[in-house]
Design a protein around this ligand. Structure first.
Ligand SMILES: Nc1ncnc2c1ncn2[C@@H]1O[C@H](COP(=O)(O)OP(=O)(O)OP(=O)(O)O)[C@@H](O)[C@H]1O
Length: 730
């Protein structure tokens, strides 16, 4: 006998305390169809994933095509095909696009692609549906497409995980016809199924129950097992009216070894000393009942073994009456050393072009992605650029002027002229004055005492009361400092008018007039009008760029994980670098276009010109984008669902907005938080943006920020690439 194509030896896999597969042994030879049966959760898919090299075994060994699943997984992948349990092809891609994608992933050149595509289309009968999006295919056709994709590279071994689940009997039969055809061509198949009729068609069957392989052998041999056919019993099929009603009564009879419902009939295992007619008589259904002796079916085998499982345990492979494992079918042609279309060498870059093309098709097919990447950033820049204004002006102010003379009116004018206060009205009573403050209508209340003008005129100090609503601390501080400054200025003016006439004025100007001794002259650089949009909009560019790239990248990967297509990709020879770059580059490109658009909005809508070098800004923006894409990738390695991805992305976005210096000055933060800001990539990029855009900073000015961003980017990228394994998590 030749070497087995699949060789499983004491294979086990645990997930924490749960043992999903326990000490499983079996062999599959070339050209056979090996059926792995068992109830839900018994460990079938886990076995397949270990054999595909995408899930490391906890213990034991397994080889496929003579290659070790632990160490040679990447050599196994080009030679096997996999049809996973759920439909895991790209729904928005057409039949042809799906096929071409997998062909490219497996490294088929143009000629091989056309040839193989023709062959699998003919085999699966999909030729008429080439342009149909996969999403719109019916269940049976989807399964055919999945089969076609798994065969495009002409694999030697095909793993099919419940390929016929949820499809109608005719489609099931067609699919099985295809499997027989493949088996006839020498392809080795491992199929999991719940259907007994499918099990009957397999050349060999293994029954797995509660993670253990209970029995293994050819269907006909299994039906002869002594456990299934005790020497002192016979098996009958009883046809009785309302069989379900009699089942419990039958099982209570001492001579009945087993009774199971089979559709409209009951399968009865009866002591051979008793006749079925006796039993029927006991049930009182002799008139309309029929009984005939039948051989055990596969279902009988599995029902019996399952019910005996705690006693029987796993069938000992060394037992004398053990059923031999799958033998090599005589008719199968020998496997050629190298299949004609087998692609050449697979490198870490393999599949880059295929993934790139696919991602661009996804982006093109999903207008929401383009909307999110190109239109939303523009809207956000405009809305936030206008909305975030730190200059506090027009604070609603109410005046209770108990004096009313010219001096008091001049004082109110001076207040309004600062532009910080907006007069919303004069009140005439203390009650209305208090009410306008307590209702929140006015944030500032000015009470001018009745003797204000008298005191000024008499040269006495006049008091003025200004009430400020402290609930908004920023508004309150502005109102307070403006009011105090105004009082000081007015006092100095009055004092200087009097000081001018004195012999000894504090100081005199060039014209000999009395003035203040020190004249402080300030000049605003870079933003002379102190326009807050000049400060915020460049920072906004950074925040929006991160938002777009982080969310879309993490979603692009997590969505594939949720759909099952990532598992499908892991099974192909696509290189890790090829897969990563293929996923990231399209989003980097669209992110770059988004950056250019947002910069254009900054210049055109907000009039913020770029004073420094635009090429330098773009180059450093790309550095930041690498970092942001890396963060997206990191999120995708942490999140299993799209919801989790959103949550992780927010965890990253919030500090980027609040602690990066975008809104609040970092220098004002407490020391521990200030130190944390150095771990946020956006901190560096916002400094770079403000430097280049507002101050015209050159590379030398920016070296510390560029260094910080480079270090952050390298750490994020290394972490995410290390975490992004081409296999399933534990
Ligand atoms: N990644 C995982 N983490 C934790 N538990 C897992 C994981 N994968 C599988 N399991 C558990 O291992 C057991 C076997 O699962 P498996 O998918 O292999 O069963 P199955 O026989 O293929 O079932 P079904 O027919 O329903 O697909 C189940 O209890 C399942 O919950």
């Amino acid at each position: 006998m030749t070497e087995p194509i699949i060789d499983v030896r004491s294979l086990s896999r645990s997930f924490g305390p749960l043992v999903a597969v326990r000490d499983v042994n079996f062999q599959v030879h070339q050209g056979s169809i090996f059926g792995l049966l068992g109830p839900n959760g018994s460990g079938k898919s886990t076995i397949i994933r270990m054999l595909l090299g995408i899930l490391p075994p906890s213990s034991g060994d397994a080889s496929v095509l003579g290659l070790d699943v632990r160490t040679d997984a990447e050599q196994i992948k080009p030679r096997v095909g996999y049809m996973s349990q759920q439909f895991s092809l790209y729904a928005d891609l057409s039949v042809q696009e799906n096929l071409d994608f997998y062909a490219r992933i497996y490294g088929l050149d143009r000629g091989q692609l056309v040839e193989r595509r023709g062959a699998v289309l003919e085999l699966t009968g999909l030729s008429d549906r080439l342009r149909q999006p996969a999403a719109t295919l019916s269940g049976g056709w989807k399964q055919r497409l999945a089969l076609a994709c798994s065969l495009i590279h002409q694999p030697d071994v095909l793993f099919l995980d419940e390929p016929t689940a949820g499809i109608d009997p005719v489609a099931r039969r067609h699919l099985w016809d295809l499997l027989f055809e493949l088996s006839g061509q020498g392809v080795t198949l491992l199929v999991t199924t719940h259907y007994m009729d499918e099990a009957e068609r397999c050349s060999d069957v293994g029954y797995i129950y509660q993670s253990e392989l209970l029995v293994l052998g050819k269907p006909e041999q299994l039906k002869q097992l002594p456990e299934v056919n005790p020497a002192d019993s016979r098996r009958y099929e009883l046809r009785v009216p309302s069989p379900a009603q009699h089942l419990a009564a039958l099982r209570r009879l001492p001579e009945v070894r087993d009774a199971t419902l089979f559709g409209e009939t009951i399968h009865l295992l009866l002591q051979q000393t008793r006749e079925p007619e006796d039993v029927l008589r006991q049930l009182g259904v002799t008139a309309s009942a029929e009984a005939r002796q039948v051989p055990a079916s596969l279902e009988d085998v599995f029902v019996t073994l399952t019910s005996n499982a705690p006693k029987v345990g796993r069938v000992d492979p060394d037992r004398e009456d053990r059923v031999e494992s799958a033998e090599e079918p005589s008719g199968a042609p020998p496997l050629p050393e190298t299949r004609p279309t087998r692609p050449g060498k697979h490198s870490t870059w393999t599949g880059l072009a295929a993934v790139l093309i696919k991602e661009f098709v996804h982006i093109r097919r999903q207008p929401t992605t383009l909307f999110f990447m190109l239109v939303v950033p523009v809207m956000q820049t405009i809305i936030f650029g206008y909305a975030i204004d730190t200059q506090i002006e027009n604070i609603p102010t109410v005046v209770f002027n108990l004096d009313g003379r010219q001096q008091s009116r001049e004082l109110v004018d001076a207040l309004v002229n600062t532009r910080r206060f907006r007069l919303i009205g004069h009140v005439q009573s203390e009650e209305t004055f208090q009410r306008s403050m307590s209702s929140g209508q006015a944030k500032v209340g000015v009470r001018i005492p009745p003797d204000y003008a008298d005191r000024i005129l008499r040269g006495e100090q006049a008091s003025l009361q200004i009430l400020i609503d402290g609930s908004d601390s920023q508004v309150a501080t502005t109102a307070q400092s403006t009011a105090k400054l105004l009082g000081l200025n007015l006092s100095i003016q009055m004092a200087m008018a009097k000081g001018d006439a004195l012999q000894l004025a504090p100081a005199r100007d060039a014209f000999g007039r009395g003035t203040l001794p020190i004249d402080v002259r300030t000049r605003m650089l870079y933003n002379p009008d102190l326009d807050s949009s000049h400060f915020f909009v460049p920072g906004l560019v950074g925040i929006i760029l991160q938002l777009v790239t982080l969310f879309l990248t993490s979603f692009a990967v997590v969505r594939e994980r949720e759909l099952g297509t990532l598992e499908q990709l892991f099974v192909t020879p696509v290189g890790r670098t090829g897969l990563l770059l293929g996923k990231l580059l399209p989003y980097a490109l669209v992110g770059f276009v988004a950056l250019l658009t947002v910069l254009a909005v900054m210049i055109e809508v907000f009039g913020v010109d770029i004073r420094g070098s635009i090429p330098l800004l773009l180059a450093l923006s790309m550095l930041f984008m690498v970092c942001s894409l890396g963060l997206g990738l990191l999120v995708s390695t942490l999140a299993k669902t799209q919801l989790e991805a959103v949550q992780f992305a927010f965890v990253i976005m919030l500090p980027s907005v609040l602690l990066s210096g975008f809104v609040f000055p970092r220098s004002e933060m407490p020391l521990p938080i200030y130190l944390v800001t150095f771990a946020i990539p956006a901190t560096y990029y916002i400094e770079i943006l403000r430097g280049v855009v507002l101050r015209g900073a050159d590379f030398i000015d920016l070296v510390p920020w560029v260094a910080g961003l480079t270090i952050c980017g390298a750490i994020v990228l290394i972490l995410s690439v290390l975490r992004f394994q081409k296999r399933l998590g534990a």
